[in-house]
Write a protein that binds this ligand. Structure first.
Ligand code: NAD
Ligand code: LMR
Length: 331
């Protein structure tokens, strides 16, 4: 009887409480993500920031949920600093989403500026925070964030992550369904490269005990690479994936919080990298309290996947180059 009470008290006392800021918290991703983070025991403060005047209402609403974290709302640029001060983790889904007929690159013009300004605010207010970038086009917004932090002399590549978890969430679900697997856990699939169309490279050959015909591979690969378009078309002008993205972002955020708490975590994200010709690349990482500890090599892949990578890398290089050109033009 005594032991469980003692363990509970002990575990609560050693769990360091973290501040997590969500930038773009009033949006399609921001709202469900904030809801999904409200009951995380290691979060003591959830700071919700958006330029939208909806933020105070969203914060008031979430603040009534009977979990221990405190919710604060910060609306408009004058309140951005308060949202970011002392933040351990900043999740950034701020920006415009796609409509049918658009590519993620079509968002570059608007979102590049938004992300650059938010990264600059992070450099000034929480230079040591872990930054989780969701805003598209991720292949370019991550290098833009890196350059904004460099400009202020606070860039640490180990703590800037492009969130590509949704590609893995999709790949797991699609394989589970297509192969009629016993559990989602059996669909252990990694997705590397980047986060748009042909830069998304699912590694189905690495799933233990599951084999695919060429036809199955073609279908599944296309579905993972263009899963975002499926949702954009189904929403018919009302935006892109929000709920599945919030689920994916919660998974990634929780893993970063566990890493901050001292656990060694394996996750995949789009980060500064030297394992291919692309200076930013999504692959499996080990993350610890200081951020990325190790970037794992791609590992053994099939000839089919080699070909996908051959297409992905030149496109990634172009996306990264656009980011650098944008930053140079803004200086
Ligand atoms: P949304 O339009 O519903 O919400 C975006 C929010 O950002 C809005 O509330 C808006 O007011 C806010 N915003 C705009 N400018 C801002 C600024 N300067 N500071 C703070 N907030 C600002 O869009 P959404 O559906 O939530 O998507 C957001 C972004 O996430 C899009 O760029 C989308 O393409 C991207 N996305 C990425 C992934 C991924 O896998 N990485 C998945 C889905 C969507
Ligand atoms: C997705 O993969 O769903 C997101 O990147 C949003 C989009 O524009 O497709």
């Amino acid at each position: 009887m005594f032991l469980p009470i003692f363990s509970r008290a002990f575990s609560t006392s050693i769990m360091k409480q973290r501040k997590v800021a969500v930038l773009g918290a009033a949006g399609g991703i921001g709202q469900p993500l904030s809801l999904l983070l409200k009951d995380v025991p290691t979060i003591s403060q959830l700071a919700l920031y958006d330029i939208s005047p909806l933020v105070p209402g969203i914060a008031a609403d979430l603040s009534h949920i009977s979990t221990e974290s405190k919710v604060t709302g910060h609306s408009g640029e004058s309140q951005l600093g308060d949202a970011l001060k002392n933040a351990d983790v900043v999740v950034i889904p701020a920006g415009v989403p796609r409509k049918p007929g658009m590519t993620r690159d079509d968002l570059f013009k608007v979102n590049a500026n938004i992300v650059y300004n938010l990264a600059t605010a992070c450099a000034k207010n929480c230079p040591e925070a872990h930054l989780l970038i969701i805003s598209n086009p991720v292949n370019s917004t991550v290098p833009i964030v890196a350059e904004a932090l460099k400009k202020h002399g606070v860039y640490d590549w180990r703590r800037v992550y492009g969130v590509t978890t949704l590609d893995i969430v999709r790949a797991r679900r699609f394989v589970y369904e297509a192969k009629n697997l016993k559990s989602i856990a059996a669909a252990k699939v990694n997705v590397i490269g980047g986060h748009s169309g042909h830069t998304i490279v699912p590694l189905f050959s690495q799933i233990p005990n599951v084999t695919f015909t060429k036809e199955e591979l073609d279908k599944l690969t296309h579905r993972v690479q263009f899963g975002g378009d499926e949702v954009v078309q189904a929403k018919a002008g009302a935006g892109s994936a929000t709920l599945s993205m919030a689920y994916a972002a919660r998974e990634f955020t929780l893993d970063v919080l566990k890493a901050l708490g001292g656990q060694s975590i394996t996750q995949t994200a789009y980060v500064q990298s030297n394992i291919t010709k692309a200076p930013y690349f999504a692959s499996s990482l080990t993350i610890g309290p200081e951020g990325i500890k190790q970037i794992h090599p791609v590992g053994k892949i099939s000839a089919y996947e080699e070909k996908l990578l051959d297409v992905a890398i030149p496109e990634l290089l172009k996306n990264i180059e656009s980011a650098h050109k944008f930053v140079q033009a803004s200086l």
